[in-house]
Design a binder for this molecule. Structure first.
Ligand code: T6T
Length: 354
């Protein structure tokens, strides 16, 4: 049995045992409550996809001081800052060097030149969150062809086969959890809108899919579709204002990332609908936590960026040392609401600096 398969089986077995131990009313999750340190109703993560591992085993200290390059999706985003913290801590532990940089916008035209110059500098490995499934394919094919180990962290590519490993949250599961959170707040149903960033970004596209699939199976809800804010909070705010003018009876909005969340919250406030329209968002930056505490946002689906970064370094070093890290790794998420934000949800909040 392969390493991935055996790890997956172990997880499933542990999961089955943990679920048996849970009261039926708490079974809104497939992740053992013990792992989240809270009630299952508050924290959730779905089981990993069939071919995914849930972690990367930490290798022994590296045999030499490898040079790693971490290229973020965008600089200054607390999700990638938290990931950088995980990358740096693991790099220090394994005795390797890491250089971090990111484009000023989540935009492949700005990320590509960074990849090209990093490739030219010939690091041993690149950890990267590609900003587009198609546009970033060829620069990364070139990096791999130059003998650089490529590890995808967060987002992926149309054809990720060039990568030693691809590590991402359960984005489909997180989208479904966002719908479940809205449904819990609005059990009578109604119109739902999604504000995303751009099509072609694997993570947010998967979140939209998870949300849409869940919403469409519930006849009480009417899914109005997705609108794209280009990762710009001002655009997200305008989209929400315009949507509310057209459909004043919208009951819930799902914002698929930190910037869509920030703008959607502003749009609702400006329309005087904060609190009445339920807003559930991906990510848990400090501003989002503030909005949650103020009541503008009702729930946050927090990822585990530091863990994604840690596993990224583990996969790169494993591969550089001649080993085979799991090809696909899926990390979990925590649903934070006002009841657990200061307790069990606290550790899932992102950092603004390491
Ligand atoms: O949601 C994260 C990340 O997972 C996504 O790929 C892009 O947006 C964020 O960085 C949040 O801004």
């Amino acid at each position: 049995m392969s390493r991935i398969a055996s790890r997956h089986t172990t997880t499933r077995a542990a999961l089955a045992l943990a679920l048996l131990a849970l009261p039926l009313s708490a079974c809104s999750t497939t992740k053992p409550a013990a792992e989240t340190g809270s009630t299952a109703a508050e924290n959730s993560a779905s089981a990993p996809a069939q071919d995914s591992a849930t972690s990367v085993a930490a290798p022994a200290k590296a045999s030499k001081e490898y040079n790693l390059s971490f290229i973020q999706g965008v600089a200054g985003d607390e999700f990638y800052i938290s990931m950088q913290c995980g990358v740096q801590a693991e790099a220090a532990k394994l005795g390797v060097k890491v250089n971090t940089q990111g484009p000023q916008k989540f935009d492949p035209t700005l990320q590509k030149p960074i990849v090209d110059s990093v490739t030219a500098s010939k690091p041993d490995a690149i950890l990267i969150a590609p900003t587009d499934v198609t546009a970033m394919q060829s620069p990364l094919v070139q990096a791999a062809a130059a003998g650089i180990k490529v590890v995808l962290v967060d987002t992926t590519l149309k054809d990720p086969s060039l990568a030693a490993s691809a590590i991402a949250s359960d984005n489909v599961g997180g989208g479904k959890a966002a719908f479940d959170a809205i449904k819990q707040l609005d059990p009578n149903g109604g119109k739902l809108l999604v504000i995303s960033t751009d099509p072609g970004v694997s993570t947010v596209d998967a979140r939209v899919k998870g949300f849409e699939d869940a919403a469409k199976t519930d006849s009480k809800f009417s899914y109005l579709g997705v609108q794209y804010s280009h990762n710009d909070p001002a655009t997200a705010s305008q989209l929400v204002s315009a949507a509310l003018q057209k459909d004043p009876d919208i009951v819930g909005i799902f914002a698929t990332n930190l910037f869509a969340a920030e703008g959607s919250a502003t749009g609702l406030k400006q329309a005087g609908k904060a609190n009445t329209v339920k807003l559930v968002t991906f990510d848990a930056g400090p501003n989002q936590v503030k909005a949650l505490k103020e009541g503008t946002v009702q729930a946050l689906v927090a990822q585990q960026p530091a863990e994604i970064g840690q596993f990224g370094v583990d996969a790169a070093v494993t591969s550089l040392e001649g080993g085979t890290p799991p090809k696909n790794v899926q990390t979990g998420f925590t649903v934070i609401n006002k009841d657990n934000v200061d307790t069990s949800g606290k550790d899932a909040i992102y950092k603004s600096s390491c």
